[in-house]
Design a protein around this ligand. Structure first.
Ligand code: GTP
Ligand code: SPV
Ligand code: MN
Length: 581
């Protein structure tokens, strides 16, 4: 008797008609074979194997370099369930329209069947997925990003409790590209893209869009959050989860290195992009990282900003859309040292610093095993996860939002997350640098009506006996001249120290209309060049600006109609009242 997954693979093969079907076992030999096949076809290029053992370069189609939110749909039976935060198509219409693109799509290609686990292999919080793909690059990347192969198939057995993901490169044309989610069937269809969140279906499609939908039904949280543990000199470790929008600093914060002056602090990376959080029997919120690798932004990454990741990506990593030096090493804007005198750019063309173009694409990335990170937490693979004491919501904002501040309560914290806005980045194909509302950094990833999502957060707050404290952060405030006021990166630990001390009732704060803001003396500035005037600017609360923001907020909330919880409206009204007082 065929198992449910075997049946689905057969059905999918009947539609897509591959020349061959390969079930991935996740072994090293299989990975090596995938790599050598891709080297032979030119899908991968070998990097300098002395300097970067087992590292390769992939160049994606120049029209396929980032997530495409306008081509991403949530296909629920009722439009209202997807909400105004999602593009929607009725499931029958979606299947009709996009089904045509799958017909014969794998002709002359191998179909890879990729079984995978999101989360630690034995964790009760982990979930199973199977991705069918005609991209060997996706199959190899899934081996880095998830627990992939026999281990997953064994856990699945003859169960049909898994998320189905059907993926084809199609013809890579944006005209025929769709990323469809069917939460009611736990199904993903993705065609026409081979890049990142569009194609590695375990990540945004499963762990966030379908994940958030499941989490609401089952009473947990699936969030776009890093998870980090901070050990103080006393030996006490506090775990923090932080939601920042795409390319706003999650990977960097997850593995920061304490500054010289903060002796005795240690930072442990649990996850850099996604957190699945469940209520523990002890009344606390426990988080696992569903992923097994990092798909991180290359530009701006260097030994000063993120030495841990620089060490991580030296071996067993796949680079996508970075530049290639004459020595066969990867390069990108913002890497250490001077730019190479000549290189091959991300599109494979000769490049020099005088070319006037970017050598690496602004959304070029590396795919690298989490286990290689020097800062990886001893608990990163722990089936129970880690207990979360604080949640941060942080955007990229040139003005208004202070470096760090704390909400008055869980409910007020939900407002802090719900009102987050951030300047857009190259992680998605649209204008870069415009402030857009991105509640909880989940606007592109919430798989259902966002009004209901806020309601779910409120409901979770009721159920958590020891809820994490909620904070807002902003490492990106600028001075009049457009320069960052805060040095960021490792120095962000100074803000985290205040957060940790607040968790343990050990730090003071100023009560302001927007929340508890640290007083200048509450942030340790030992060994860093920040003038008192700069610190004042970083922590300033601009009442007029906040009042405008709070009033504009109503317009956004109104879009969700009666899905919008009254409590959030009330929190916003309270904020306005405090600002006017
Ligand atoms: P996704 O993988 O898209 O979800 O991004 P992310 O949130 O993990 O962002 P990441 O840590 O990769 O950082 C993105 C960009 O922001 C990089 O170019 C970083 O160098 C830069 N960045 C990260 N942290 C800071 C910071 O504290 N200050 C400043 N100024 N830039 C930062
Ligand atoms: C993001 O955009 O938040 C990412 C990259 O983490 S991708 O996997 O492409 O979505
Ligand atoms: Mn992300």
């Amino acid at each position: 008797m065929a198992t449910p997954v075997e049946k689905w693979v057969e059905e999918s093969a009947a539609v897509t008609r591959p020349k061959k079907v390969h079930w991935c076992d996740g072994s090293e030999a299989e990975y090596d074979q995938l790599i050598s096949d891709m080297l032979a076809t030119g899908t991968l290029h070998e990097l300098n194997q002395q300097a970067y053992p087992n590292c390769y370069l992939h160049r994606s189609d120049p029209s396929d370099v980032a997530r495409t939110e306008h081509l991403t749909f949530v296909c629920t039976s009722r439009k209202d369930d997807a909400g105004p935060n999602n593009n929607w198509m009725a499931p029958p219409e979606a299947k009709e329209k996009v089904g045509k693109l799958f017909a014969g799509a794998m002709k002359d290609r191998t179909m890879y069947v990729v079984p995978y686990i999101m989360g630690p292999v034995t964790s009760p919080y982990s979930q199973l997925g199977v991705e069918i793909t005609d991209s060997p690059y996706v199959a190899a990347s899934m081996r880095i990003m998830t627990r992939m192969g026999s281990v997953a198939l064994q856990r699945l057995g003859s169960s049909d409790n898994y998320v189905k993901g059907l993926h084809s490169l199609g013809d890579l044309s944006p005209e025929r590209r769709f990323i469809l989610h069917f939460p009611e069937e736990r199904l993903i269809w993705s065609v026409g893209s081979g890049y990142g969140g569009n194609a590695l279906l375990g990540k945004k499609c499963f762990a966030l869009r379908l994940g958030s939908h499941m989490a609401r039904e089952e009473g947990w949280l699936a969030e776009h959050m890093l998870i980090v543990g901070i050990e103080e000199p006393s030996g006490r470790t506090t775990y923090i989860a932080a939601a920042f929008p795409s390319a706003c600093g999650k990977t960097n914060l997850a593995m920061l290195i304490p500054p010289e002056s903060q002796k005795g602090y240690k930072v442990f990376t649990v996850g850099d992009d996604i957190a699945w959080m469940h209520l523990g029997t002890d009344g606390r919120l426990w988080a696992i990282n569903p992923e097994a690798g990092f798909f991180g932004v290359a530009p701006g990454t260097n030994y000063k900003t993120n030495p841990n990741v620089m060490e991580t990506i030296k071996r067993n990593s796949i680079y996508t859309n970075v530049a290639l030096t004459k020595e066969g090493t990867p390069w990108w804007e913002g890497m250490d040292g001077a730019p190479p005198a000549e290189a091959i750019d991300w599109q494979g063309k000769p490049w020099t610093p005088a070319s006037g173009t970017k050598g690496a694409h602004p959304n070029s990335r590396f795919t690298t095993p989490a286990s290689q990170c020097p800062a990886i937490s001893p608990h990163w693979d722990d089936p129970t996860g880690v207990p979360i004491s604080a949640i941060l919501f942080g955007g990229r904002r040139a003005n208004l939002v202070p470096l760090v501040y704390q909400s008055f309560s869980w409910q007020h914290g939900v407002l802090l997350g719900a009102t987050m806005a951030s300047e857009t980045t190259a992680a998605a194909t649209s204008a870069v640098g415009v402030v857009r509302r991105d509640p909880m950094a989940m606007l592109p990833f919430c798989g259902y009506n966002m009004g209901d999502y806020f309601g779910h957060w409120l409901a979770m707050g009721e159920r958590i006996k020891q809820p994490p404290l909620i904070f807002r952060t902003n490492w990106f405030r600028q001075d009049q001249g457009g320069k960052f006021l805060w040095p960021g990166f490792g120095e962000n630990l100074r803000a985290l120290c205040w957060v940790i001390q607040r968790v343990h009732n050990e730090a003071g704060a100023l009560e302001t209309p927007i929340g508890f803001v640290p007083r200048p003396q509450d942030i340790d500035l030992e060994g860093i060049n920040i003038s008192p005037a700069m610190l004042n600017e970083l922590l300033a609360v601009d009442r007029e600006g906040w009042l405008q923001a709070a009033e504009g907020q109503g317009e956004f909330f109104s879009k969700f109609g009666d899905h919008m919880p009254r409590e959030i409206w009330r929190e916003n009204e309270d904020l306005v009242r405090r600002l006017k007082a």
